[in-house]
Design a protein around this ligand. Structure first.
Ligand SMILES: [Zn+2]
Length: 303
């Protein structure tokens, strides 16, 4: 597997389009094509053309390239430009605006916008694993208005309903899961807790009434922000609060504003980067490249 640890190294590693194609092929199919399969029928009987770009299925007889069935399918943009875009979106903590990407890789702003949305699509977690144990913090944040992510302690209750809510669950020093929910209420918040927090965990939330009633099933510790309490021994929600600060910087600092419709995509992007915060830059690029299966059409995105 080709390794690289700067944008410059990466472009040196892939001096031609064929190098980029070969790299994507190795990521998707493994070394020596051990996992080669047809994107149409799943058959593993795959023939390779000598041009190193086209393949043919021995069962359904269809011809395809390594891009078929991925976010790169139908894209006329060179893979090398896609790789640069992946570098930029995965290495910049606040993400990258489509206007900046457009200039950096020389595509139109509309193309850059679409590319970034396809990359956000690739960054979504396709399946969740086991619920978290250990110390788990759960909290919600409100995004919207003047593109500012306001925490519930900072805004008046009546305004909450005009904002888009995101609920986050984080295993302390570990993984984050976050989801845009249409309404913040007990049902939605408890649902998120039940889905992602093991009953063996120590659940930590603030004193919002919406988290009431979980102490029957969980070891539930509450920190009362309204009484000015932020840390009691090791009981706090600082990990999830720092996630909201990061999301705020990404949305208000880089994108200025995002619609409710696309909010989950931005949350996915931030979550994906956050969960790979200890990886090397090059590792993050390869990790996203390993997740590109699944298409996202312009129609789907703008519908
Ligand atoms: Zn096939």
């Amino acid at each position: 597997m080709q390794e690289f640890n700067s944008l410059f190294d990466m472009m040196e590693a892939f001096p031609t389009e064929q190098h980029a194609i070969d790299h994507l092929r190795e990521i998707r199919w493994g070394k020596d094509d051990v996992n080669a399969h047809c994107p149409h029928c799943g058959s593993t009987k795959v023939y390779h053309f000598s041009d190193n770009k086209n393949h043919k299925c021995g069962d359904c007889r269809k011809r395809f390239s390594i891009k078929v069935g991925t976010i790169f399918e139908d894209s006329k943009i060179q893979l090398r430009k896609w790789f640069m875009a992946i570098w930029l979106i995965t290495s910049h903590k606040k993400g990258i605006a489509s206007t900046t990407l457009a200039k950096d890789i020389k595509v139109t702003q509309k193309t850059a916008w679409f590319m970034l949305h396809r990359l956000r699509h690739a960054s979504q977690t396709k399946s969740f694993n086991a619920p978290f144990d250990g110390d788990v913090e759960v909290d919600e944040a409100y995004i919207g208005g003047k593109a500012i992510n306001m925490h519930k302690h900072q805004i008046k209750a009546r305004k909450q309903y005009e904002k888009a809510a995101v609920v986050g669950v984080i295993k302390r020093n570990g993984e984050l899961r976050a989801k845009h929910i249409p309404i913040t209420n007990k049902i939605n918040l408890h649902g998120m807790v039940h889905e992602h927090v093991s009953t063996d965990a120590r659940l930590i939330t603030d004193s919002s009434h919406m988290y009431k009633g979980l102490n029957g099933e969980y070891n539930h510790e509450v920190i009362n922000h309204h009484k000015g309490e932020y840390v009691r021994d090791d009981i706090h929600t600082n990990s999830i609060e720092s996630v909201w600060a990061l999301l705020k910087r990404q949305i208000s600092g880089t994108h200025h504003w995002v619609s409710k419709k696309h909010l989950q995509a931005y949350v996915n992007e931030m979550t994906w980067r956050f969960n790979r915060r200890d990886h090397e830059e090059g590792q993050r690029v390869n990790s996203l490249l390993g997740n590109v299966q699944g298409r996202l059409t312009y129609m789907e995105l703008t519908a």
